[in-house]
Every structure is written in C-alpha cells, then in structure tokens.
Design a protein around this ligand. Structure first.
Ligand SMILES: [Zn+2]
Length: 492
C-alpha cells in the first residue's frame, strides 16, 4: 500500500457487524456521502500503521486448516458441503469478518464472507473457490484420500489442489490482511460454493440466481483455472491467467427400433442404428479454428520459452499439413484449436437375449468460444446421416470471455513483475469452471490463483495422490496478500 489510510467510523461499525449473521451483513455497502470536511474535523482518527505479518504462524495455520478441510469428505455426488461451509464461516467469524452460509438443497452448502474496504465507490473483488471434490478410490492412493496427512512438506488428500488449497489461500490472505490492520480501498468477498464438479447448478448457479444482492457491487473475480508455471529453464516463471473457457454441449442421442427376442432379430434395431451413427460421427473432423486468446497464449509462451518459431503465429503454422499433424497429435493441443465431440456413455438392453426398443449414447462436446451450438448439432446430424436419431441437449451455456485488459489484469502484471520478475500470459482453458456464471453477470472473471503447483503434484488433480506443498501454499498466500494490496491500493 502506498498511502496511509484513515479508518472512518462507518468502517468500525461495519466490522462490528460480524455478529449479525444475516445476508444483510454481506450485502454491498450503501453509497457513501462524499467527505467534504477534513478527516480530523469529522472526529476521525488516523488508523494505526499496519502490523507486520507473522508468516510462520500463517503457514502453520493454513496447513492445519487445509488438512482439516480435506478431512471433510465433500465427494460430489452427493457433495454434502454444508459441514465445510460452516467450518469456513467460523474461521472468518473468529476474526471478526462477517460470514454467512446457505443450504441450497439438503446437506449442500455455500459460504460467503465480506471484508469491508474503505473505498465505497470501487467495485468489489470476489475470491471464488469450490468445496466439493471428485471421488477418490482409497485403494489407489499412497495415503487415505481424506486423511489430510501432512508428510514430507506436503498436504495430501483429495481437493488439496482442486479446489480446497486455493480456497485456503484466499481465506488466509484475507485473515492476514485483516489481522495486520491493512485497509484496502475496495471490499473483498470470499465465496466458496458446492457442486462445481457436477456443473454448479446447486452451487454457483443457485447463488447467482438467488443471492445476487450479496455481490451486486462486485466488478472482478478470481477463480481456479490458471496459476504460476515454471518455464523450461526451470528458473523463470509465467503467470497464466485464463480469460475464457470452452463451453460444454452435452447431448443425448436416442435411437429407436422394434423390441423383441434376439432369436429372431429384425434387420435393423435401435442398437445397430445407434452404432452405425456413432461410427460415422467418429469419422467427422471438426474444423480447425485458432481464437485470439489461444493465438496469443502460444505467441507469448513461445517468446518467453524460445520454442519453435511456428508457434509465434499458430494460425498460419497450422496451414502446413506436416506441422498440423504433429500439433494435433497432442490431445490437449488438439482441444485448443477445435470443437471436440466425444461419445462417453452407451446404454441399451440389460439382457443379452433381449432387443431393446431404445438405445442411447451421451456425447460430451466442448465448444470453442464463438462456436454456435445449433450449428454444431446440425453438423452432428449431417455426419450421422440418420434423421430418426433424436438429439436432446443435457447441458449447455453461452460462451463468454472476459477482456484481457482490465485493472485486475494490470494488478496481476504488477504482482508478477514485483514478486517473480515474471510475465503474464492470458489463456483459454479447455475445461470449464464456475467463472461463466459470474461472467454472465458482467463481472470480469479470471482463472488465476497465485500458486505454483509442481508438475508431480498437479498430476493428482482428478487423479491419485493429490497433494500441495506447504511452501507452495505459503507462497500462494503471500502472493495473494500482495495482489490484494496492489488491487486494493488507493491509487487504482
Ligand atoms: Zn475445480
């Protein structure tokens, strides 16, 4: 922070509001009346100078908290995030930060907490995370996945990276700032939802539909989806910030035909129809399309990492057949430059000798921002060449991007430079997160948590032996505190 702050009486009042657990305690501050008199004559005394942060203590507390958080089994389905939501709420309340939980469905949970700033005209920042995790099979793990074991300088367990670790980084950064008496000129709103791993309908989706007043003053959001990555020299780092995501278009294909006994089969059945259509669909190749954030990502990374010169202009390079073939042979790269269409679920008769009247397949299509879902469905119909197959949409939402230039991006750039002499690389992620719910509300949302996940640790995300280093956790909190100070400084 660059200038001393003055704590007006209204803020002290707001801090006392921690005792009120209603949603009102979290809602946006009312617009302030302009301060026409000098602070002293309004009976306002200067705030005491910020106290230094005891990082050893913060690191220990964060490690204990993450371990405890991992031990609350929030496997989704069914999620059962309410216990985790209550624990996080208590953590905020103990430090005098107002916090509230909601239960959108029995056992499901959402928690939000608001740290008041002193600049009432500045848009608030949301720090988003999700509490639910994907299933883990204990037989495959080196330690029980919900043990929260701390060993060899790492916190082990399902969710330690996705997404409980980031939630702890956000929470501890807020507590560290509050305890040090650092005043920010904007409100910071912590929101942890459930149900992200199943699409977020009973988590962020519910929150955005039912509690919009809680974040009506928010203009910016940070969420999972990007972070700090070491470059190939092992020394320099890049801050990868996701500004957009591919969107899901999940389809159910249903074929029908005569039911009967398999001893006298008709020439065509629901199953033969469906299988033929899927075989044709698997031959269909979606067009290659390099969108702006993807072109920019490869360009920036190539400049930083001195990779092959073709990546400086990916759009042009992919016109060369040889290079195209090589590039597409990597599934992750393939997914960045085209829509993908992947049959995942198949079902028909439950018995070998029974011909089912219906057979169905579910297809997970992932669309680039800019692709039109209706046009994609038409292409799929054409490719299958069978009009009798019914297509229903299971999940889809409009693709939305956030601008790659914004005051929040400028703050991230400043953090990258000050903290790691690093560059910022905007990107698109091929998965999707809850960010789209908030982008739809015109909130500038970036996938960026300032943590460096080591490659061996990163493999555990949705896999086995997920774990986060204590040092990485601690550095993540330090960087988050810095980022909040930069983004919450009076100048911005
Ligand atoms: Zn996640």
């Amino acid at each position: 922070m660059n200038a001393p702050f003055v704590r007006p009486p209204a803020i002290a009042g707001a801090l006392l509001a921690c005792l009120a657990l209603s949603t009102a305690a979290l809602a946006a501050s009312p617009a302030a009346t302009p301060n026409v008199l000098p602070a002293e004559s309004r009976g306002v005394s200067p705030a005491p100078p910020p106290q230094p942060i005891n990082w050893d203590k913060v690191t220990q507390e964060a490690t204990d908290l993450l371990s405890k958080y991992v031990q609350i089994d929030t496997t989704n389905p069914p999620g059962n995030e309410l216990g985790a939501a209550r624990m996080l709420k208590e953590k905020f309340l103990a430090d005098g930060i107002p916090a509230t939980t909601w239960e959108p469905l029995k056992g499901r949970g959402i928690v939000a907490a608001r740290m008041r700033g002193i600049g009432k005209h500045n848009k608030a920042l949301i720090l988003l995370s999700h509490m639910d995790v994907v299933p883990a099979n204990p037989k495959e793990w080196q330690v029980p996945p919900f043990s929260g074991t701390v060993k060899n300088g790492e916190i082990w367990g399902r969710g330690s990276i996705d997404d409980k670790g980031p939630g702890v980084i956000e929470l501890m950064a807020m507590l560290a700032i509050k305890r040090a008496g650092i005043l920010l000129d904007r409100d910071v709103l912590f929101v942890a939802t459930g149900d992200e791993e199943e699409g977020g309908k009973n988590g962020a989706g519910w929150f955005v539909d039912h509690q919009a007043n809680v974040f009506s003053d928010a203009g910016f959001l940070l969420n999972e989806g990007g972070g700090i990555r070491a470059l190939s020299d092992g020394k320099r780092k890049a801050y990868v910030v996701s500004v957009t995501e591919k969107t899901p278009l999940w389809l159910r294909l249903t074929a029908t035909g005569p039911a009967g006994h398999a001893s006298d089969p008709p020439a065509e059945t629901a199953v033969t129809r469906l299988v033929r259509a899927l075989a044709k669909l698997s031959e269909y190749k979606t067009p290659i399309h390099v969108i702006g954030p993807v072109q920019d990502y490869y360009h920036r990374m190539d400049e930083l990492d001195h990779g092959p010169k073709q990546l400086l202009d990916l759009g042009a390079a992919l016109k060369e057949p040889e290079f195209l073939k090589k590039f597409l042979s990597d599934p992750g790269q393939n997914a960045r430059v085209r829509d993908t269409i992947t049959p995942t679920v198949l079902s028909a008769s439950q018995k070998t000798n029974v011909i089912s009247e219906t057979a169905y397949a579910e297809v997970d299509c992932r669309l680039l921002p800019g692709s039109d879902p209706k046009a994609v469905i038409n292409e799929i119909k054409k490719a299958m060449g069978d009009d009798t197959i019914k297509i229903d949409t299971i999940l889809n939402f409009p693709p939305i991007s956030s601008p790659s230039r914004s005051p929040l991006m400028t703050a991230i750039e400043r953090l990258a430079k000050d903290h790691d002499q690093a560059s910022v690389v905007p990107s698109m992620i091929i998965g999707f997160t809850d960010s789209h719910y908030f982008r739809q509300k015109k909130i500038v949302s970036y996938g960026f948590i300032p943590v460096e996940v080591l490659p061996a640790q990163g493999k555990g995300v949705h896999g086995i032996n997920e774990r986060l280093g204590v040092k990485e956790l601690s550095d993540g909190i330090k960087r988050m505190v810095e980022l909040l100070k930069i983004f919450g400084s009076e100048e911005r």
